[in-house]
Design a protein around this ligand. Structure first.
Ligand code: SF4
Length: 138
């Protein structure tokens, strides 16, 4: 049974697309309701030729505003961890399981809200397409 609020992203995922084409198509995704309140889709960063793909949960407030993953506090922590492991941050393909920011408003603040399993499931076709395209070793 298809959930009308979360039909899933599959119908928006183009066949045989490169990462730039996937990112462009994801901007039009209506696979779940999260697109409605988010500023924009946050797809991925880093080279599609990378052997290392890191998958976060979802974009945060700063990522939502800038349209790039891992540019907020979590991104700074990740960069420190990668540096400690002697890995260039720019050599890693970075993405998220869910491509739109889920939050709740408290006054003027937008507070991160963990995505439901249903959001992750709805968004999974994008991650599957990325895995097929990037084909990371790890
Ligand atoms: S979170 Fe994923 S499935 Fe939901 S609208 Fe955004 S891209 Fe589509």
């Amino acid at each position: 049974m298809v959930d009308e609020e979360r039909p899933g992203a599959q119908q928006w995922v183009p066949d045989k697309a490169d990462i730039a084409e996937l990112a462009g198509a994801a901007a039009h995704c209506r696979g779940c309701e999260l697109y409605r309140d988010a500023t924009q889709v946050v797809f991925s960063a880093g080279p599609s030729s990378s052997g290392l793909m890191l998958v976060g949960e979802q974009p945060g407030d700063q990522e939502d505003q800038r349209g790039r993953p891992f540019v907020g506090p979590a991104g700074r922590l990740l960069a420190e961890a990668l540096t400690a492991a002697s890995i260039e941050t720019t050599s890693v393909y970075l993405t998220n399981a869910v491509k739109h920011f889920r939050f709740e408003r408290r006054g003027k603040a937008r507070i991160h809200k963990t995505p439901d399993v249903g959001h992750i499931t709805a968004c999974m076709p994008w991650l599957e397409a990325e895995l097929k395209t990037v084909r990371p070793a790890v």
